[in-house]
Design a protein around this ligand. Structure first.
Ligand SMILES: [Mg+2]
Length: 267
């Protein structure tokens, strides 16, 4: 409970929805809805390490079917690097954001990323990598605009990781902590999925539609709050405190619901 309170005080809002509705009760209109889909834990099962995820043919078919049905108003918004998502979703030609909104590809063109102090970022990355080397249970995941420390292989290391990373960015105006599932990331404070969703909504195929944003992680809660404030629909995948309107149990049940909205049976 202490961790949850720390998290919500950090992001500056309290959970608004204590009992999200079952997602199965929701029906969406493909003409009026823009889909924003997180990747890990939402479309794809979380794996023991970031590079151990598995993408099935059905997953690729689902994204293609959704893109066609929503007339291109489908975006994958991931915390991973853009290049990483592109590698897993080679066939997907829609809009993709990586690095929690720091990177954006639209109509096959990568748009300029955010500006930040790259020298300071490189210093932070080096210190975090060294920390992971002397604590071999930790995995440091390099991001274009940040670095993640995963303690999935030994969750008891959370307090140690939090203390170390907090010390690294204490008093820093530009970089801050982003808690995630069994991981904590350092990233520029100015980037967020909410910002990038707002930016994507200005593109022609998205403009004027109702936003549906689905995610699984603490990193998605600020995005849910923004989407709720802007008349959209938020979907939490999995357990945990959330301010999302709807909940579904797993990537599998979420994809089942998405297939049902296409009118096809899918997987
Ligand atoms: Mg996720």
């Amino acid at each position: 409970m202490q961790n949850q309170w720390d998290y919500y005080s950090m992001v500056g809002f309290a959970p608004e929805t204590h009992s999200p509705e079952e997602l199965e009760r929701l029906t969406i209109s493909p003409e009026d809805t823009a889909l924003f889909l997180d990747f890990d834990g939402t479309l794809i099962d979380i794996a023991p390490t970031p590079d151990a995820i598995r993408i099935g043919d059905d997953d690729k078919k689902l994204l293609a079917a959704l893109s066609e049905r929503h007339n291109g108003a489908v975006s994958v918004v991931s915390g991973r690097n853009l290049k990483d998502v592109e590698q897993y979703l080679e066939e997907f030609t829609g809009t993709v954001s990586g690095g929690h909104g720091a990177e954006l590809r639209h109509l096959a063109v990568q748009l300029p990323g955010i500006e930040c102090d790259l020298e300071r970022l490189e210093h932070i990355k080096n210190v975090v990598r060294e920390f992971a080397i002397i604590n071999p249970q930790l995995i440091a995941e390099d991001k274009s605009f940040g670095i993640v420390l995963h303690f999935r292989q030994d969750p008891s290391l959370e307090a140690k990781v939090r203390e170390f990373l907090s010390g690294l960015v204490e008093g820093d105006d530009e970089f801050g902590l982003q808690p995630a599932k069994l991981a904590i990331e350092i990233k520029p404070k100015c980037i967020s999925k909410a910002h990038v969703i707002e930016r994507i909504m200005s593109f022609d195929e998205f403009a004027g539609r109702t936003i549906l944003f689905a995610g699984d992680d603490e990193t998605d809660e600020a995005g849910f709050a923004w989407v709720n404030e802007h008349g959209g629909v938020s979907v939490k995948v999995g357990d945990g405190l959330t301010c999302a309107h709807y909940r579904t149990q797993s990537p599998e049940t979420f994809k089942h619901w998405l297939w049902s909205q296409t009118g096809a049976t899918g997987s």
